[in-house]
Design a protein around this ligand. Structure first.
Ligand SMILES: NC(=O)c1ccc[n+]([C@@H]2O[C@H](COP(=O)([O-])OP(=O)(O)OC[C@H]3O[C@@H](n4cnc5c(N)ncnc54)[C@H](O)[C@@H]3O)[C@@H](O)[C@H]2O)c1
Length: 443
C-alpha cells in the first residue's frame, strides 16, 4: 500500500465553499450553526458521532473519529458559496422548506450573512432554472479566473487557513466525455475557445484544482470525473471525489443488496420509484437531467450483485428506476422499492420498501463529512481520486479500469482502514483467529 503522510494538525479556519446554496447546502449550514449553538445534534455525521476501533478488540480502544484524526472543529468552519438566485442562506433555507421556520428564525443572524456569489451558469445544462445572479458576458476561461478570484477574496475576507469545495448545485444534463475532456492541454484550449462542451461544474472544479483546493462532487454530473481534471489534480496534488451523494433510496439499496448477495439469495427484479417536489425534483423532471441521475442510480446493483459471476442468481435481474416531480411532497421524498427475490429451489419472495425520507436531512451530514475528510486528505498529502470516500457516493469515482465498490459495509471498512493507515495504526481485517490462537497457546 502507498505510504500516506501523517496529516498535519487542522489549525485555523476552514472555508467550505459550495456551488449551489439550495436545499442541501442551506440545511447543512443551518445544522452546523445550530450544533455550534448547542440546539441540535449532528445526527448522521460519521466525523462527529462515529467511533473507530483501534488495535485488538481486547484493547477496548474506540475513540471518536474526530478525536482519532485531526479534523476541523465546527466552530472553525466558515461557509460561503455561489448560486444563480441571489437569496441569502436564510431566505434560501426558508424557501427550501426543509427545516422548521421557527428553527431558522433562531439562526437568522448567522444565516442571512451568507450571500451567494454570482454563479457560473449555462442554461443549456439546467433548462428548468432561471436565475439572475450569474456571471455574464465572458468566456469560460474568464469565468474560471473569476471563480479563482472569488475564492481568493473569500479566503482573505474570512481569514481562512484552508478551503474545500463541495458541489451541491443542480444536476446538469447528461453528457459523455469528448476529445476536449481527455487532456489538460485540450481542456485549457477549449476553455479559451469558450467551448460549450465544458459544463459550469467543470469550470468550478478547474478553478479549485488549479489552486490546489480539494473538490468533491455531490451531483452525478461528470465534473471532475474526466481525464483532463484528473491530470490537473495530480499536477497540483489535490484530492478529488464524487459523484452523487448516497442518500434515500440508493442508501437503502446498498444496505439491503449486500445482505441478499451475502446469503446467496437470487434477485429477479428491482423496481424503484420516487416522488419528490423540491427544486432538485423540478430539475430532474427534464429528461436530459434525469438521464444523468438514472445512469448514476442504475450502476449500483450490478456492481454489488456481479451478475457475470453469478448468472444463476442475478443473470436476469430487471432494474428500473423512476423519479417523478410531485410538488406537494416538497423535500420529503417518498420512495417505493419492489424487490422480487428467490430462495431455496427457486421459490419466489418479495420485499417492499417504502421509505418516507427527507432528502436534505440525509444529505447534509454527508456534505459536512466530505468537507472535513477532503481537508484531512489534503493535509495528509493525498491527491487525486479519494476512493476511500466512496462510502458517501452513489456513483463513486475510481481510477480508469477499476470497478467502484458499492457495498456500504465494504466502503466503511475501506474508510476506517484508510484513517488507521494514515495514523500509522494496524489495519483491521476482522479475521479474528488470533484471539483463539493466543488462547490455544496459553492453555
Ligand atoms: N438531497 C439529496 O438527497 C441528494 C442526493 C444526491 C445528490 N443530490 C444532488 O445535490 C444537488 C443539490 O440538491 P438540492 O436538493 O439542494 O437541490 P436544490 O435545487 O435545492 O439546490 C441546487 C441549487 O443549485 C443552484 N445552481 C444550479 N446551477 C448552479 C450553478 N451553475 N452554480 C451555482 N449554483 C447553481 C440552484 O439555483 C439551486 O439553488 C443536486 O444536484 C442533487 O441532485 C442531492
Amino acid at each position: 500500500m502507498d505510504t500516506v503522510q501523517k496529516p498535519t494538525e487542522a489549525k485555523g479556519k476552514l472555508g467550505i465553499l459550495i456551488p449551489g446554496l439550495g436545499a442541501v447546502a442551506t440545511t447543512l449550514i443551518a445544522g452546523v450553526e445550530a450544533v455550534k449553538k448547542g440546539t441540535a445534534k449532528p445526527i448522521g455525521s460519521v466525523t462527529q458521532l462515529s467511533t473507530i476501533r483501534i488495535g485488538k478488540r481486547t484493547e477496548n480502544r474506540n475513540p471518536l473519529i474526530k478525536d482519532f484524526v485531526s479534523l476541523a472543529n465546527l466552530k472553525d468552519i466558515v461557509f460561503g458559496g455561489w448560486d444563480v438566485y441571489s437569496d441569502n442562506v436564510f431566505e434560501a433555507a426558508m424557501n427550501a422548506g426543509v427545516l422548521e421556520r421557527h428553527q431558522l428564525q433562531d439562526l437568522k443572524a448567522e444565516l442571512e450573512k451568507i450571500k451567494p456569489m454570482p454563479a457560473v451558469f449555462d442554461k443549456n445544462y439546467v433548462k428548468n432554472l432561471d436565475g439572475e445572479n450569474v456571471k455574464s458576458n465572458a468566456t469560460r476561461f474568464d469565468y474560471a479566473q473569476a471563480v479563482m478570484n472569488d475564492i481568493k477574496k473569500f479566503k482573505a475576507d474570512n481569514n481562512c487557513d484552508r478551503i474545500v469545495i463541495v458541489w451541491c448545485a443542480s444536476t446538469e444534463k447528461y453528457i459523455e466525455p469528448t476529445d476536449i475532456h481527455q487532456s489538460l492541454e485540450q481542456f485549457e484550449i477549449a476553455l479559451k475557445n469558450d467551448d460549450k462542451r465544458i459544463s459550469p461544474s467543470m469550470i468550478y472544479a478547474y478553478a479549485a484544482l488549479k489552486m490546489g483546493i480539494p473538490f468533491a462532487n455531490g451531483a452525478p454530473n461528470l465534473t471532475c470525473d474526466i481525464p483532463a481534471l484528473l491530470e490537473l489534480a495530480q499536477i497540483t496534488q489535490t484530492p478529488i471525489a464524487g459523484k452523487d451523494f448516497k442518500t434515500g433510496q440508493t442508501l437503502m439499496k446498498t444496505i439491503v443488496a449486500p445482505g441478499l448477495h451475502a446469503r446467496a439469495l437470487g434477485v429477479r427484479g428491482w423496481f424503484s420509484t420516487n416522488i419528490l417536489g423540491n427544486r432538485d425534483g423540478k430539475v430532474l423532471d427534464d429528461p436530459d437531467n434525469f438521464k444523468t441521475k438514472e445512469v448514476s442510480k442504475l450502476s449500483v446493483l450490478d456492481e454489488i450483485f456481479k451478475p457475470e459471476e453469478h448468472p444463476e442468481l442475478y443473470g436476469d435481474l430487471y432494474h428500473k428506476v423512476r423519479i417523478n416531480y410531485y410538488p406537494p411532497h416538497g423535500d420529503n421524498k417518498e420512495s417505493w422499492d419492489n424487490v422480487d427475490i428467490f430462495g431455496w429451489m427457486g421459490y419466489p419472495m418479495q420485499i417492499k420498501i417504502n421509505f418516507l425520507c427527507r432528502d436534505s436531512i440525509l444529505a447534509a451530514p454527508i456534505v459536512l463529512d466530505l468537507a472535513l475528510f477532503m481537508d484531512l486528505a489534503k493535509r495528509a498529502e493525498m491527491s487525486g481520486i479519494q476512493e476511500w470516500l466512496s462510502f458517501y457516493f452513489k456513483s463513486p469515482q475510481t481510477a480508469e479500469g477499476l470497478k467502484p465498490e458499492h457495498d456500504i459495509f465494504k466502503q466503511l471498512i475501506k474508510l476506517q482502514n484508510t484513517l488507521r493507515h494514515m495514523m500509522g495504526e494496524d489495519l483491521i481485517t476482522h479475521l479474528g483467529l488470533d484471539y483463539y490462537q493466543e488462547l490455544v497457546e496459553t492453555l
